[in-house]
Write a protein that binds this ligand. Structure first.
Ligand code: SAM
Length: 230
């Protein structure tokens, strides 16, 4: 399968069955036990990133690009905290839902702008570029291209999360415990942390902070990298 196919499949998925599934997981209504576990894990990832950004005490007026924003789980609280957020996603449905949620929470807050856009077509410069739980949908070579592009948009900092390729997760994936159930998602790709760090370094970034979210069915390694100064 080529990379263009990967992208079309992911886009179609998040405009159809994936939209229904993830809107529920990223919401607060009733869900099954597995979905609840994923919801809680994902919330921990979002909370970790928000805590990093808030700890720096400069969130107000920071420009942030949330690439693959989903339903706005990160973008909305960041805009609420005063950051200028450019939220975008390849799925029209996810962006539509994010806009609805944003209206409910923020009203007509001008800190948050949305676009339906493939992250590789994004342009402009942002202080911080964030891309959470998107790389899981893409193989290694594609992930490298995406990180390369995201780094070109970032003036100062890049925060990304991905499902790490560890022995334990590879085994879980093999026996189907990772994303359990019949074909509930598109293919899930695990990435080796050393490979991602190498890509970040080749883009001129060095690792600043890292964290790991691990629940029963949700695994996400979060890396914060900052632009190396000469
Ligand atoms: N980042 C969000 C979060 O953590 O709440 C959403 C994560 S969700 C698992 C993955 C999202 O990535 C989906 O909304 C999907 O449409 C989006 N996505 C996948 N490939 C993309 C691409 N090439 N460009 C932009 N968004 C993409």
């Amino acid at each position: 399968m080529n990379a263009a196919d990967d992208k079309t499949i992911v886009q179609d998925y998040f405009n159809s069955t994936g939209f229904d599934r993830w809107r529920r997981i990223y919401g607060d209504g009733e869900v099954n036990k597995v979905q609840l576990d994923i919801r809680n894990g994902h919330q921990q990832t979002v909370d970790t990133v928000i805590s990093w950004l808030k700890a720096d005490d400069n969130l107000i007026n920071l420009s942030i690009c949330d690439a693959g924003c989903g339903v706005g789980s990160l973008s909305i609280p960041l805009a609420q905290a005063g950051a200028k957020v450019y939220a975008n996603d390849i799925s029209e449905k996810m962006v539509g839902e994010a806009k609805d949620r944003s209206k409910e929470v923020l009203g007509n807050n001008h800190n948050l702008t949305f676009a339906v856009q493939d992250l590789e077509s994004l342009s402009g410069k942002y202080h911080t570029v964030i891309c959470l739980d998107v790389l899981i949908h893409y193989p290694q070579e594609k992930a490298a291209e995406m990180i390369n592009h995201l780094s070109s948009l970032s003036e100062s900092r890049l925060i990304i999360s991905f499902a790490p390729k560890t022995l334990c997760l590879s085994l879980l994936k093999k026996i189907g415990s990772f994303f359990p159930g019949p074909s509930k998602t598109t293919r899930a790709y695990l990435h080796r942390e050393v490979d991602i760090v190498k890509i970040l370094e080749s883009c001129g970034f060095s690792l600043e902070r890292k964290a790991m979210t691990k629940t029963r069915f949700y695994f996400s390694r979060i890396l914060e990298a900052t632009r190396k100064t000469a």
